[in-house]
Design a binder for this molecule. Structure first.
Ligand SMILES: Nc1ncnc2c1ncn2[C@@H]1O[C@H](COP(=O)(O)OP(=O)(O)OP(=O)(O)O)[C@@H](O)[C@H]1O
Ligand SMILES: [Mg+2]
Length: 263
């Protein structure tokens, strides 16, 4: 764990434009796993559907400020902005910036804004000193929010369901990375995370082999298996560690957190 003096957060974007591959589950569970290991964590919900926010019991209809404010032209100065958008339930382990559906309007709102891809990166500069990790839960499509996340991150985690069709469509994400790499000072560092893996299915084992072959060093050693406890926990607005700390899923995300801390 870094000391407050040396602390500067590593920003981790969790993205894949394919829906339902475990992005939000990874963001929420990893945030909790890292916090339990003594790390200071901020989770930022960048998905207009606000699934991470709702999972953590921040309901868009009740919010007066949200992640959208980071991108607003008339936003307050950074200190005030971050004070107003960061939330922390008394029982919660980490800070959260929840999302609302208004994020969906950014594509149009930012159309003519100069430097629109680096807004998040610049704004995060004001709070990086307060955390060890800042996690970004990205929406399942390519657009200005994903670009902001990719520009801001030090590590991109790409959850991939070990299902044959899940590999199809990854090209769009990697094409976006290629385009950004041409203008960024350093190429985007990424790691693939196999998720929703069904250990009994031969087809899943084959996809895992394929991923291993294609991704080699860019793949986490940890594989996240199927575990119904994730659904049960999110239905109750809780993180898996609060309800099922001994479950396999809880253990696997702890392994992932350790791997990330070693990177
Ligand atoms: N390892 C797992 N085992 C079983 N169910 C899982 C696992 N990971 C996620 N799920 C469940 O799968 C569903 C989709 O997961 P999640 O919301 O994390 O995906 P997502 O990639 O964020 O989806 P979206 O693209 O819609 O944002 C949820 O109901 C979640 O509880
Ligand atoms: Mg999601």
């Amino acid at each position: 764990m870094s000391t407050p003096e040396t602390r500067t957060a590593r920003v981790i974007a969790i993205a894949n434009q394919k829906g339902g591959v475990g992005k939000t589950t990874t963001a929420v569970t990893l945030a909790s796993a890292l916090t339990r290991m003594g790390e200071r964590v901020l989770l930022l919900d960048l998905d207009p559907h606000a699934c991470a926010s709702v999972h953590l019991r921040y309901y868009p209809d009740e919010l007066t400020s949200s992640a959208n404010d980071i991108f607003a032209e008339d936003r307050p100065e950074p200190g005030k902005l971050w004070d107003s958008i960061r939330q922390h339930h008394p029982t919660q382990e980490f800070d959260v910036v929840p999302a609302t559906i208004r994020l969906a309007e950014l594509e149009v709102d930012l159309r003519n804004r100069k430097g629109k891809g680096a807004i998040l990166q610049q704004s995060l500069g004001h709070v990086r000193g307060e955390y060890d990790f800042i996690l970004l839960d990205c929406p399942p499509h390519v657009g200005i929010l994903l670009v902001n996340a990719l520009v801001a991150c030090d590590l991109l985690v790409v959850p991939i369901q070990t299902d044959f069709l899940a590999l199809h469509g990854l090209k769009l994400l990697f094409d976006t990375i290629k385009v950004l790499n041409k203008v960024l000072p350093a190429p985007i560092c990424y790691r693939v995370l196999p998720t929703l893996h069904d250990k009994r299915a031969r087809a899943c084992a084959r996809v895992l082999e394929l991923l291993d072959l294609k991704m080699r060093d860019s793949m986490f050693r940890t594989v996240i298996g199927m575990d119904t406890h994730f659904r049960d926990a999110s239905a109750q607005g809780r993180v898996i560690y609060e309800l099922f700390p001994d479950s396999r899923g809880a253990q696997e995300y702890e392994d992932l957190a350790k791997e990330i801390m070693e990177l």
